[in-house]
Design a protein around this ligand. Structure first.
Ligand SMILES: *Cc1c(COP(=O)(O)O)cnc(C)c1O
Length: 361
């Protein structure tokens, strides 16, 4: 069996332990004689799976009781629309544009109301996080929106914006469960799970109860996109992405075993340091973002020579390091080093980069 080191930005590497367990349970889940894929979402066995998943997630993130957790389908791209549909009660929202995903979220929200782009880092190809300590947030804005970790550009909000009292909505898709988070600082946290926690198809939405108590902002909101309906039905309004939630549940347990979010943070910082330290000392490779804003999940880098970048990606692939090509909109390379990437994967990558540097300079 040949497993590669998979640096994909998403869908991405999952813990081997979790995959093995799922394989063992594939044909007969705990004596039920069937796979979780074949099981009614109303069955007793599945009820335990989804309830445990929520319980473990609440424990990991220390989610207060006045926050609802829902598991829904549709991709983060659908959540871009669900945010205004559920929250834009005054018809206005402030967006901080730090990359493609925030840009798309703002454009989607604009279909539902007024979007005020209060800050942006587009002037320098999204290579930094703008100062958000004193932004001009409209008095009547329903919320302030950020993409907390910018998967494509490799930047991260290490300080949350000053929202001037408005609720904060955060897309945490690519940093979800990578470190401890104070949930009370947010109105909504959401994440597509295929970056850090599970297979594509599941979105986790954590929303403060009072924000959805009166239902969505628009009566035309599709029932499936109505967070109150989803919350009231404990994510079982219709058939949820059952198998995906089951895998997420296993990953939550794996994270608990790894020392919870404190453990994850230490593990992730260690990996990022190995890679960034090498980049900072290298004569060939360079990181592309401002040091203070560096993500510890997605690490973009370049050689400064497109041909050499291509050669690197090809030779890395041949050596068992997969998916190091940068996003199609930015080029260069990007190593995504999510929770499930072992330290050894990053150490071996750096070894390989050193060898490449010696051979090509
Ligand atoms: C991948 C990603 C998305 C888009 O996710 P889909 O599930 O493909 O819609 C949105 N936001 C962030 C931060 C991402 O990393």
């Amino acid at each position: 069996m040949g497993r590669v080191y998979n640096f994909s930005a998403g869908p991405a590497v999952l813990p081997e332990e979790v995959l093995k367990e799922a394989a063992e349970e594939m044909l007969d889940y705990k004596g039920t004689g069937m796979s979780v894929m074949e099981m009614s979402h109303r069955s007793k066995a599945y009820d335990t799976i989804i309830k445990d998943a929520e319980k473990d997630l609440r424990e990991l993130l220390n989610i207060p009781d006045n926050y609802k957790v829902i598991f829904v389908q549709g991709g983060a791209n659908l959540v871009f629309a669900e945010v205004p549909m559920n929250l834009m009660k005054n018809g206005k929202a402030a967006y901080i544009v730090t990359g493609q995903w925030a840009k798309k979220a703002a454009a989607e929200a604009e279909k539902y109301g007024e979007v005020v782009r209060v800050a942006s880092s587009a002037d320098k190809t999204f290579s930094y996080i703008p100062d958000c300590s004193d932004l001009d947030i409209p008095e009547d804005a329903d919320y302030v929106y950020i993409c907390e970790n910018n998967t494509i550009y490799g930047t991260k909000f290490w300080t949350l914006p000053n929202t001037k009292g408005k609720i904060l909505v955060s897309d945490q898709s690519s940093c979800f469960l990578s470190e401890p988070v104070d949930v009370t600082k947010y109105g909504v946290i959401y994440a597509g799970v295929q970056k850090n926690v599970g297979p594509a198809g599941v979105q986790v939405i954590i929303v403060r109860e009072d924000l959805i108590a009166d239902g969505p902002a628009f009566k035309q909101t599709p029932t499936m996109c109505d967070w109150k309906v989803q919350a009231d039905n404990e994510s079982l309004y219709n058939t949820p992405p059952c198998y995906g939630i089951y895998i997420c549940g296993k990953v939550f347990k794996w994270i608990k075993k790894m020392g919870g979010l404190e453990g994850m943070k230490a593990h992730n910082e260690k990996k990022a340091k190995i890679l960034y330290d090498f980049l900072d000392g290298s004569k060939l490779f360079k990181g592309t973002v401002e040091k203070k804003d560096r993500s510890i999940m997605n690490v973009p880098f370049v050689t400064g020579n497109e041909e050499l970048d291509k050669k690197f990606v090809a030779e890395a692939k041949a050596a068992g390091f997969e998916n190091l090509k940068g996003h199609r909109t930015v080029g260069g390379m990007r190593a995504s080093i999510y929770n499930a990437m072992p330290i050894e994967g990053v150490e071996k990558l750096v070894e390989f980069m050193k060898k490449f540097e010696a051979e090509n300079s």
